[in-house]
Design a protein around this ligand. Structure first.
Ligand SMILES: O=c1nc2n(C[C@H](O)[C@H](O)[C@H](O)CO)c3cc(O)ccc3cc-2c(=O)[nH]1
Ligand SMILES: C[C@H]1O[C@@H](n2cnc3c(N)ncnc32)[C@H](O)[C@@H]1O
Ligand code: SF4
Length: 367
């Protein structure tokens, strides 16, 4: 039983035979993808205050230093991104910061907001206004929270990381796999194009890896909303002295992801954390968001490769490198499980607008 699944009423029927079959997959069972994609983004770390203390994470603040970007700072970073030709504002958060920190709550109140999600609405408006499409990853979200901001996002996401109970999530406040799955399900119910993924090397077993990928597949089969699954190796840093997974491990997890998921779902490997050249033949077809402007605020020790480097990777693999938007093309038309178009009228209007940003979005699409 997945920890927290009952509490969040997540009822998945993962067939043990499917798990066994997936565990038998090797890189020889898959091949290289016909093209590689990436998105140009800016990181907007809206707040680094977090109610959790994942032991591998350097993103979260210790109490007393909880930080919140001001609307002016959000606008400034978005404008720099837009000027540099980006299409995506990636909003990252600590989970439920206003719930845990009164200082965050008070600062938000000063700016006229009741909650971090209300502030996220304003931040998304700023991004759209500056010519970027929002992709928000606020961690776990309730249905009310997600519904509050869905119409201003091109897509959203949360890493499942793992379905297992691992030490790395331990301590007095721990992430609940059931709650992450419930967040992914909520996105499906609301018809939000969604990014999720597994974090490899945080103490999970091979069985847990297979189960995590099958859990994602099952939710995707219900709602058709998962656009990509990130296979992310845990990166060593000053809080995580443990190991990062080796190439053979990554190759096998990527191959398992490729086999577990339907073709329409991309398999993403971040080029600043993983030796992508050595996993490309296992079915990777996306390199995620890469920023010409900002650091990877989650893993600041790991610099983005320059676009030239991505081009060289693709060239050596003899596949084309194509820029994409933060929402994958198949969501531009058609509807989600709730019969509503995947894209809100608001986001659709930005794509069709006779503005410089609209032209930039359409140029990426026609590439
Ligand atoms: O550069 C990163 N991008 C991360 N992204 C962003 C991703 O690279 C792009 O924003 C998406 O591919 C959309 O274009 C995430 C997005 C999510 O929804 C959930 C988790 C992540 C995690 C990371 C990450 O650790 N580093
Ligand atoms: C945005 C995502 O970044 C991931 N994340 C947090 N810390 C690390 C790390 N040291 N290495 C790799 N990924 C990490 C988490 O899985 C989170 O969901
Ligand atoms: S990974 Fe996310 S949830 Fe965990 S401590 Fe870092 S910011 Fe918080």
């Amino acid at each position: 039983m997945i920890p927290g699944a009952a509490e969040y009423d997540v009822d998945l029927a993962i067939d043990p035979e499917d798990t066994e079959r997936l565990l038998a997959v090797t890189p020889d069972d898959v091949g290289p993808a016909p093209e590689l994609t990436f998105a140009r983004n800016v990181f907007v770390p809206l707040t680094t205050a977090c109610r959790y203390t994942c032991t591998y994470c350097t993103y979260y603040d210790v109490p007393g230093q909880a930080s919140l970007l001001s609307p002016e700072e959000v606008r400034d970073v978005c404008r720099r991104g837009s000027d540099a030709g980006c299409t995506e504002a990636l909003f990252t958060f600590g989970d439920d910061p206003d719930d845990r920190y009164t200082a965050v709550h008070d600062q938000l109140a000063d700016w006229g907001h009741d909650s971090i999600h209300e502030y996220l609405r304003e931040a998304c408006e700023i991004a759209l206004d500056e010519g970027l499409l929002p992709h928000s990853n606020p961690g776990d979200q309730t249905r009310e929270q997600m519904a509050h901001v869905a119409d201003l996002n091109a897509s959203m996401g949360v890493m499942l990381e793992t379905t297992a109970d691992v030490q790395a999530h331990g301590g007095p406040r721990a992430k609940s796999p059931g709650q992450r799955l419930a967040t992914i399900r909520t996105a499906g119910e609301l018809g939000v194009p969604f990014t999720t993924g597994v974090l490899v090397g945080i103490g999970e077993t091979w069985h847990d890896r297979a189960e995590s990928l099958l859990a994602i597949r099952e939710l995707h089969e219900r709602y058709d909303h998962v656009q990509e699954v990130i296979v992310q190796p845990v990166a060593t840093n000053e809080r995580w002295r443990g190991e990062t997974p080796g190439v053979e491990t990554l190759r096998r997890v990527v191959a398992m992801a490729r086999v577990a998921l339907p073709e329409a779902v991309s398999v993403q490997v971040p080029p600043n954390l993983a030796p992508v050249r050595e996993v490309l033949d296992c079915g990777v077809d996306d390199l995620g968001g890469v920023s010409p402007v900002t650091d990877d605020h989650i893993n600041p020790d790991y610099a983005w490769p320059a676009l030239r480097e991505l081009e060289a990777i693709a060239e050596d693999a003899a596949v084309p490198l194509c820029e994409r938007l933060p929402v994958y093309e198949r969501f531009l038309d058609g509807s989600g499980a709730n019969d509503r178009p995947w894209l809100s009228e608001r986001v659709r209007a930005e794509l069709d607008a006779p503005t410089a940003a609209g032209e930039r979005y359409r140029a990426v699409l026609s590439d």
